[in-house]
Write a protein that binds this ligand. Structure first.
Ligand code: THU
Length: 138
């Protein structure tokens, strides 16, 4: 598994520029790396009916799944106030952790939480979601 994630982080920052975050002012970008090498991007998409908002990670994952992709190796996530170029460490929310766990290998999928292409940490899903709802998966 690659640890050379600077390219994926840069793509996540590009995706963040598309963020539709007029309610929270918090812009998030995600870049999902398929095992095939393809990358699917996502940004957060907000709605005046707040609960209809979708996180950047899920947008990326749903785009990939809906195109028939099923094998994933990593996702890079970046986020921060929309007016600021400096970002924070944007760790995926609980809902995103759960659905990533559903469709990615908990022990062979890396979540890259980045502030820049040289400032990031790498986590497994097992680390981020140690006691998931498994439903009928296991
Ligand atoms: N958000 C994401 O896109 N990903 C996360 O993992 C956490 C939160 C978005 C949702 C909402 O549009 C904004 O950040 C503020 O919560």
């Amino acid at each position: 598994m690659t640890t050379d994630y600077d390219f994926l982080i840069r793509i996540a920052f590009e995706a963040r520029e598309k963020s539709l975050c007029k309610y929270s002012g918090f812009a998030v970008g995600a870049a999902l790396l398929c095992r095939s090498g393809e990358v699917y991007t996502g940004c957060n998409i907000e709605c005046g009916a707040y609960s209809a908002t979708v996180c950047a990670e899920r947008v990326a994952l749903f785009k990939a799944l809906s195109e028939g992709k099923t094998e994933f190796s990593a996702i890079a996530v970046v986020g921060g106030n929309v007016d600021e170029t400096e970002t924070v460490y944007c760790s995926p929310c609980g809902t995103c952790r759960q659905i990533l766990w559903e469709y990615c290998d908990p022990d062979d999928f890396e979540v890259i939480i980045a502030r820049s292409d040289v400032d990031f940490s790498v986590h497994s899903l097992s680390e981020l979601l140690p006691f998931p709802f498994a439903g009928s998966k296991e």
